[in-house]
Every structure is written in structure tokens, then in C-alpha cells.
Design a protein around this ligand. Structure first.
Ligand SMILES: Nc1ncnc2c1ncn2[C@@H]1O[C@H](COP(=O)(O)OP(=O)(O)OP(=O)(O)O)[C@@H](O)[C@H]1O
Length: 305
């Protein structure tokens, strides 16, 4: 591995901040940007989220991973004010955010990306960016597209939008319908739109989903550049190559709880994590193809009997 003199400054800062943090669920960080306690969300009899304690390290890229149904999206929705917990509290930059609605959360500096909805697809790229300045999803904020209603902020907002479109190489698409963009370009637009509110922390929901391999590197580069700009990134992702490639820290959820934390390498070798993904007791044979083949043969033989 490269030493810290050869890595980008943001990477070196993140490594330094995390180097003494124990690799265990709920680990305390030196300067967490977000601290959550006893966050519970139930749907009927199902407890979708039951996070005892978690801290998100400032200035680093943290991946939130876990098998399907682990509660990642629900936890994201709670933190960003799009859903309400049954119990729990959390602080962002030292301020309580529990019960604060989404647009206010965004104005406090914590913003999440949104998939391009049908309605937003019918707007131009630049109008999508302008809507991003409201820190909202969009549909309820049509009035903000009417000239004159922003009390003199239009020019500033449009300038920022155009700067971001250049940064994300979407300036040539400025007037196109957002719905005409490719999967990868949509992801870039979602990220660019989130940056309109100049956030401290950006939350990305499956940034790699539906992205053509040709755009993967560019997208990864943009996520890394957020860290170089001093932002904190928290992302949910199923693509483990991406998780390994860009994360400084990984938090694993299983059945609503945080079940492991650590650097990508330690977490992915953790039997609790392997168990959670396989949904089976880990006895060391899962990674041995020969042993698995033998097991399958035994099962087939048993079925034939
Ligand atoms: N609005 C809802 N009503 C009822 N159950 C829900 C609701 N939202 C989520 N759930 C349930 O809560 C659990 C956690 O779901 P969640 O979508 O948060 O998991 P996830 O880790 O994001 O999964 P995936 O990786 O598949 O997106 C699941 O069992 C899901 O079916």
C-alpha cells in the first residue's frame, strides 16, 4: 500500500483520523460529523432499524453496506428527515436533527441524492440544478422555477449551477431534458444537484446502480473529489468493488443493527459480515469452492435417495 506521502491530502487526512479507531460496532471517532443513538424504526411487527450507537467520521468516505433488507435505506431516510423514527436521536455538527424535516436538514449541510423521478425527467438539466438549491426533491418546489420568486438569488444560483455542470461535464447537456441523459449522466446530475446547497456531508444512495462501465471511473473520481474538497461522504452501495476502491471506513448493517465497522479489508474478512450476507452460519467452508462443490454433491445425492 502507498504511504501517506504519496496519497491525495484528503485520503491522508481520513487515514490519520481513523487510524486508532477500533474495528467494532459503534466505535467512537475523533471528530465525528454525525452521532446517532438508539434509533429505532418499526413497520408493524418488523423492526427495520435498531441502531444502538453509530458515529460517522468527518472528512472521510464511509460505505454503509449490508444484505437486502438490512435497513440501510430506512436508516438513510431517518437521518435525512424523510422518515420519522419511533425512537432515537442524532446530532449533525453538534446539533440535534431528530424530527427536523428534510429541506431543513439539507440547509444544515446534510444532503442526499435523489433518483431522477418522472417529473424531474421532464425538466431541463439546468432547472434540475436550480431545484437543487432548495434542498428538496423537487415536485413541491415548482414555484421556485418561476422567475422573480427567488428574491434576487436567481443569478447566484444559476452561476453556481453552471459551475457544477462544468465540473461534472454536463454543461453540454444544460438545456436537454434530464430524462434524455444516460444512467451514468443521471447519477452525475444527482450528485451535482446535491452540491447546490454546499453541504458538509453528502449521502449517496447506490451511486453505481445502472451506471455504464465507461462512466464508472469518472463517477468514482467525482466521489473522491468531494473528500478532497473537505466534504464527508456516506453512501449505500451493493457494488463491493466500489466499496473497496473508495471507502476509508465501512459500516455494516444486518437486520437493522450495526453488526461490524472497520476498514474495507477488515470488514470484508469479518465472519459476522460473511454470515450476514450468506445468511448462514460461517464455518470457514463458504470460501472453499471444493468444499462447496462437495456439499452440493452431498445435497444432490441426498435428494436423489
Ligand atoms: N415503508 C415500509 N413499510 C413496510 N416495511 C418497510 C418499509 N420500508 C422498508 N420496509 C422493510 O424494512 C426492512 C428494511 O428495508 P430497507 O429498504 O431499509 O433495507 P435495505 O438495507 O436498504 O435493503 P436493500 O439493500 O434491498 O435496498 C425490509 O424488511 C423492508 O421490507
Amino acid at each position: 500500500m502507498a504511504d501517506d506521502t504519496t496519497v491525495a491530502p484528503g485520503v491522508a487526512r481520513a487515514r490519520e483520523a481513523l487510524k486508532d479507531v477500533p474495528h467494532e460496532p459503534g466505535a467512537k471517532k475523533k471528530d465525528p460529523i454525525l452521532v446517532a443513538d438508539s434509533v429505532v424504526r418499526r413497520f408493524g411487527g418488523l423492526t427495520a432499524v435498531n441502531v444502538n450507537h453509530v458515529e460517522i467520521p468527518r472528512g472521510a468516505i464511509t460505505a454503509l453496506i449490508g444484505p437486502n433488507g438490512a435497513g440501510k435505506t430506512t436508516f438513510f431516510n431517518l437521518l435525512t428527515g424523510f422518515d420519522r423514527p419511533d425512537e432515537g436521536k442524532w446530532e449533525f455538527n453538534g446539533k440535534s436533527l431528530a424530527g427536523v424535516p428534510a429541506h431543513k436538514v439539507a440547509r444544515q449541510g446534510m444532503v442526499r441524492t435523489f433518483q431522477l423521478t418522472k417529473a424531474l425527467s421532464r425538466l431541463s438539466v439546468i432547472d434540475n440544478m436550480r431545484l437543487g438549491a432548495t434542498g428538496q426533491k423537487g415536485e413541491k418546489f415548482w414555484p421556485s422555477l418561476i422567475p422573480g420568486i427567488w428574491s434576487g438569488q436567481e443569478k447566484e444560483i444559476t452561476e453556481r449551477a453552471d459551475e457544477l455542470l462544468v465540473r461534472f461535464k454536463l454543461d453540454a447537456k444544460r438545456e436537454d431534458f434530464a430524462g434524455s441523459l444516460s444512467g451514468g449522466q443521471r447519477k452525475l446530475l444527482e450528485m451535482a444537484r446535491a452540491l447546490m446547497v454546499q453541504p458538509d456531508m453528502v449521502m449517496l444512495d447506490e451511486p453505481m446502480a445502472g451506471v455504464n462501465p465507461a462512466l464508472t471511473q469518472s463517477l468514482l473520481g467525482h466521489v473522491k473529489s468531494l473528500r478532497e474538497d473537505g466534504m464527508t461522504v456516506l453512501f449505500v452501495e451493493h457494488d463491493m468493488d466500489m466499496v473497496r476502491d473508495i471507502s476509508d471506513w465501512v459500516i455494516v448493517m444486518g437486520q437493522g443493527q450495526v453488526i461490524a465497522e472497520g476498514t474495507p479489508d477488515t470488514v470484508m474478512a469479518d465472519p459476522r459480515v460473511i454470515d450476514a450476507y450468506l445468511g448462514a452460519h460461517h464455518d470457514g467452508t463458504e470460501h472453499d469452492p471444493e468444499a462447496v462443490a462437495e456439499e452440493i454433491a452431498e445435497e444432490e445425492a441426498a435428494a436423489d435417495e
